[in-house]
Design a binder for this molecule. Structure first.
Ligand code: MRU
Length: 346
């Protein structure tokens, strides 16, 4: 099995997701600037994976700060955190991980710079390890929603590649398969970046989980033909009221699913649930370069001078969401209560 991201003595190693499926290469990123660029340019992507990359990048950056002066160190450290905060705006896991790293810095800063640097590395490794564990817990809860012989439609890539391993939505599929259920997956290609075609198909094939690729516009056809039992996606940020920001096209799928009476499930760790954001209107949506829309790889598919728009995410209103699967259990509507209870039990 591949590793999405790893900490090594030479630097942070990650599988270059832009090159999949034709090449499986693992660049070694030796500075925090390289790690931040890798997030921005989508060498690594997917909300939880971005969080892990930011944590490791901050730990790497802190290790390279060249001063013994605590004030200068703090300035440089906060500057590194700021660089990561500016990479991608939508996935809240990025900001969650930066906050965790800042908390560790504050906790250890009086104990000397050497111990701050090693505490930051330990925290990054902990976030990575915990992510896999939480995905497995999420998988255990979510698998209850999947029946033997179900066909699950998914969008983008919410798998091992989008996390530290195992996956959120695809983790639920993996858990159901581990329980002996015969599950098949319909994977939306996910234009324009093709995470579904390039990444979801690649990793499910590696696990020998039956997967069939469709273009995004085919989803309604298969729902109408009763070939889809549920839609199951990940999330980049879930608002307190259960509105879900995820890869562009998720909203259209949710409306289609409702029209056909098909459940629409979202699998996301509690770190993706942002109680500071009351509804989806407040979630910042990343606008990416139009060049991703007017070309497919290096080939132009539209006339010279074509104007294009490229919002990378959309928001699915909570009324279309049947359930949100977390590591602590399954939240059902009304989400304003169920999510708060899962986040803050007692
Ligand atoms: O632009 P991306 O590839 O980072 O978008 C990723 C998604 O939209 C995923 O569905 C989401 O991050 C959940 S990943 C477990």
């Amino acid at each position: 099995m591949f590793k999405t991201i790893e900490w090594t003595d030479e630097g942070v190693v990650m599988i270059d997701q832009r090159k999949l499926p034709s090449q499986e290469v693992y660049p070694v990123l030796k500075t925090y600037v390289e790690v931040a660029r890798a997030i921005k340019e989508m060498v690594i992507r997917g909300a939880p994976a971005i969080g892990v990359a930011a944590a490791m990048g901050i730990a790497l950056g802190a290790r390279h700060i060249k001063t013994e002066n605590p004030e200068e160190f703090e300035k440089a450290f906060l500057n590194i955190c700021e660089t990561f905060a500016e990479t991608r705006p939508t996935a809240v896991n990025l900001f969650w991980a930066i906050t965790k790293m800042k908390q560790v810095y504050l906790k250890f800063k009086e104990t000397g710079l050497g111990s701050v640097v090693s505490a930051l590395k330990n925290e990054a490794l902990h976030i990575q390890k915990e992510d896999v564990l939480l995905n497995r817990m999420m998988g255990g809860h979510g698998a209850k929603l999947i029946k033997d012989q179900d066909c699950v439609l998914t969008h983008c890539n919410a798998g091992a590649l989008a996390t530290a391993g195992y996956g959120t939505a695809l983790g639920v599929v993996r858990s159901a398969v581990e329980q002996g259920k015969r599950v098949s997956v319909l994977a939306d290609e996910t234009r324009p970046f093709l995470q579904g075609a390039r990444l979801t198909v690649w990793e499910l094939q590696k696990d020998q989980i039956p997967v069939t690729l469709i273009t995004d516009s085919m989803a309604g056809y298969f729902m109408k033909n009763q070939e889809v039992n549920c839609v199951l996606i990940g999330a980049d940020r879930v608002a307190a009221n259960g509105d879900v920001a995820n890869k562009i096209g998720s909203y259209s799928l949710a409306v289609l699913a409702r029209a056909h009476g098909i459940p629409f499930y979202v699998a996301a760790p509690l770190s993706t649930i942002d109680l500071n954001v009351s509804n989806g209107e407040e979630i910042p949506i990343e606008q990416r370069s139009p060049s991703e829309v007017i070309s497919l790889g290096k080939t132009f598919i539209a006339p010279n001078g074509t104007k294009a728009k490229n919002p990378a995410f959309d928001v699915t209103p909570n009324i279309y969401v049947s359930a949100i699967i977390t590591e602590e259990g399954i939240a059902r509507p009304p989400f304003i209560e169920s999510l708060r209870l899962l986040k803050n039990p007692s």
